[in-house]
Design a protein around this ligand. Structure first.
Ligand SMILES: [Zn+2]
Length: 152
């Protein structure tokens, strides 16, 4: 999917889960930054020319990248955010789910298996991208509202 679709869905899932789990703002903030950064790294490092590549479009990268980024942010800001990593990992995993909808697909178990998971929706499909971006934005608003509600 398009970059803004990835970012919207990742942010929406992190916010919604944070809201439902009554996360602290610090956990939410670190998770949001880590998920968005990991999401960007997956595509920045995961292409050869315009072609998607397996080394970041797999489950292991989706677990490892947010772990590294969460650890760096916690160390830099001297925070302890136990919920940040699971939230960030869930947000990052949406990258794989969205790209699995496309014909180029993803390689969920790479490097153990080169088996690809694909779908019928072109990454640039305007309708799919609009619907998904809107859903992500709505989930984000609901999640942040829940967080604010629990905090008040
Ligand atoms: Zn991608």
């Amino acid at each position: 999917m398009r970059r803004k679709t990835h970012l919207s869905i990742a942010a929406g899932v992190v916010a919604l889960l944070a809201g439902l789990l009554h996360a602290h703002f610090a956990d939410f903030g670190v998770a949001l930054l880590a998920a968005l950064a990991a999401d960007e790294f997956i595509d920045a490092l995961g292409h050869v020319g315009r072609r998607r590549a397996p080394w970041t479009h797999n489950l292991f990268a989706c677990l490892l990248l947010p772990a590294l980024i969460t650890a760096v942010l916690n160390a830099a800001w001297r925070l302890v955010t136990p919920l940040a990593y699971p939230l960030a990992a869930a947000g990052t995993a949406t990258h794989l789910a969205l790209d699995a909808l496309t014909p180029a697909g993803v390689w969920p178990l790479w490097p153990l298996s080169r088996r690809r998971l694909r779908g019928p929706i072109h990454y640039d499909d305007p309708t799919a991208n609009t619907i998904l971006t809107t859903l992500g934005a709505a989930a984000f608003i609901v999640g942040v509202s829940l967080l604010a509600w629990h905090a008040s």
